[in-house]
Design a protein around this ligand. Structure first.
Ligand code: SF4
Ligand code: SF4
Length: 257
């Protein structure tokens, strides 16, 4: 959005200026000071980081870096930047809420990067998995954190638009014995030594849409020339590493402080 495009000029209300009363005009307006009164202009309005408006605002485009307490009608676009606040209703052709990319939301030192922004937001909408959402909530106790996604499972894409569970994080991985195919996540009975009696034509008894994982394991071992593995009795699985005992933790003594 270019400033001053309505008439080529921009009026400036500087930081130390306070106005009480309604404002109308056909120029763009940059507000770095305070306005108590409605603003209705044919140009664009930019509310800078120090700017505040306490009343309704109507303009072509509205950019908010400071605060508007009132309703906004943007005939074209409303942009609320990361430092901006709008306390009121808004109508606009398009609404833009500034966003921040934060990688590794499950790691405290990365979550700390949000600290300079948190006093400028009412809530955080996190696109991380459930771990990232919880880590932000743990660090910033006075801000609501909402999950933008619904974390389902550790899975893989089978084809476009279809994802399937592949691992349940059992903590005692068997993939080295099963040709790289997981019977914990992919068999509803978690069988470890071949299929149950419900396996029919390579499909699972729970649905003809679901492959029997032991058919997949057999096919895979055969393709690898490792059929003899199939006859081996699987060692007893250590289920203590699963989550049945409650939340788990990993501690690396060489790194832990
Ligand atoms: S055996 Fe356990 S760790 Fe390995 S893929 Fe299956 S659920 Fe995941
Ligand atoms: S049919 Fe195969 S995948 Fe399904 S429950 Fe039985 S062994 Fe598991």
């Amino acid at each position: 959005m270019d400033k001053g495009k309505a008439t080529g000029t921009t009026s400036l209300l500087s930081k130390e200026v306070k106005i009480e009363g309604d404002i109308q005009g056909n120029e763009d307006l940059q507000v770095d000071g305070q306005i108590k009164g409605s603003v209705k202009i044919d140009g664009d309005i930019f509310v800078g980081p120090t700017g505040t408006i306490e009343a309704d605002v109507e303009a072509e485009n509205v950019v908010v870096q400071g605060q508007i307490t009132g309703n906004v009608l943007a005939r074209k676009q409303l942009q609320i930047q990361s430092s901006g606040k709008l306390l009121g209703d808004c109508i606009a052709q398009t609404i833009d809420i500034k966003e921040l990319t934060l990688e590794r939301q499950c790691d405290p030192e990365y979550v700390e990067e949000l600290s300079t922004h948190m006093d400028q937001v009412d809530a955080v909408l996190s696109m991380a998995c459930g771990c990232g959402v919880q880590e932000i909530a743990r660090r910033y106790k006075d801000k609501p954190v909402l999950p933008a996604v619904n974390t389902k499972f550790m899975g893989a894409s089978e084809r476009q638009g279809v994802w399937a569970e592949r691992c349940q994080g059992c903590g005692d991985c068997l993939l080295g014995l099963t040709g790289g195919i997981c019977p914990i996540a992919r068999c509803s009975k978690r069988l470890l030594n071949g299929p149950c009696g419900g396996s029919t034509n390579g499909k699972c008894e729970i649905s003809p849409e679901v492959d029997c994982v032991w058919q997949l394991i057999w096919d895979r071992l055969k393709a690898l020339g490792m059929e003899d593995r199939y006859e081996d009795i699987m060692p007893a699985k250590n289920w203590q590493t699963g989550r049945g005992g409650g939340p788990r933790k990993i501690i690396r003594e060489d790194l832990a402080e």
